[in-house]
Design a binder for this molecule. Sequence first.
Ligand SMILES: Cc1ncc(C[n+]2csc(CCOP(=O)(O)OP(=O)(O)O)c2C)c(N)n1
Length: 358
Amino acid sequence: MLTDDHDPLKGKMLRVLDQDANVNEDLVPSIDDDTLKRAFYTMVLSRVADEKAVAMQRQGRLGAYPPNKGQEAASLGPAMAMDEGDWFVWSFRELAGLLWRGLPLDRYFLGWMGNEEGNRYDERLRITPPSIPVASQYAYAVGLAYASRYRGESAVTFAFTGDGGTSEGDFHESLNAAGVFRLPMVFIVQNNQWAISVPRSRQTASATLAQKAVAYGIRGIQVDGNDILAMYAASKEAAEVARSGGGPTLIEAYTYRLGDHTTSDDARRYRLEAEAKEWEARDPITRTMKYLYSRGLLDDDEASDLWDEAGKAVEDAVARAEAFPRPSLEDVFKYTYEDMPPCLEEQLDELRGTEGRP
Ligand SMILES: Cc1ncc(C[n+]2csc(CCOP(=O)(O)OP(=O)(O)O)c2C)c(N)n1
């Protein structure tokens, strides 16, 4: 078992593919060539879409946005290890995984443009909406996993949060409950080294985040989060354990946020540019590309075509999102209560009276 051979308490991290594309042949998971190429394209698509979203925010076409740049492999590996009926409970920085699960990109843009319709997904995708209250998604992920088992389904629930999320009560309560009930779950912590301006060293005195699993009696593993092969292998094993009744696993994806926390942030004010530069050399996309080159599965021309294809797909998705009807005023009010209480009706009436005014 990878979790036995990579004990976080012994300081072992799982890595299969290093930044120069050397592979540990003993650990390479079985992934067919087409799937590998599709994984590369998905990361490229995520990167192009992410950069477009940042640019659109600057142009006033999209609201505050949390960039994913550098973290593509950390959500894609788990998504690749999922079965169709599994649950993908995301936080707010998991675009590559969402694309792999089949989320239409125009929905993604629409959601960040502030239109709630963007967060209304096809139920068959089994993707929950983004969760901004940090780690709160872990609580309902536990509920989903409990319900799946209660109904006799074989679904595994994959739940994401960040390193900052591990300091929230929801994180601890959820891991505790998942451990006690041996729920079919995979918890992924995207340790991107920063929670806004709080560095990982100030988040917890634990040497790793993966070792927090020990306290809850569940498996834990620290994985190179920029290594798509390692993220897939660890997630696949965790999913198999969960599906066969072996309980949850905590995966710490050791990665880095190359961009700002959100478009409202300026990371240069609290972290050294040299640090980001160092991590740029570990970029998951470059690393996967080098690996595909070395396997003869990709060359410069084909790679360039894939970036072009992604560019077109992003422009099409943006056009569809921008052509979507604007939300109505009522939308702001009508989803909290089944019957709108008088205080909200009053506010809605008042707002209707001001409609059209500058
Ligand atoms: C409960 C809660 N507290 C504070 C915030 C404000 N906030 C938004 S993101 C964030 C940091 C989250 O850091 P981390 O969990 O490491 O994820 P990352 O943003 O780095 O992906 C904070 C404090 C929030 N959204 N929810």
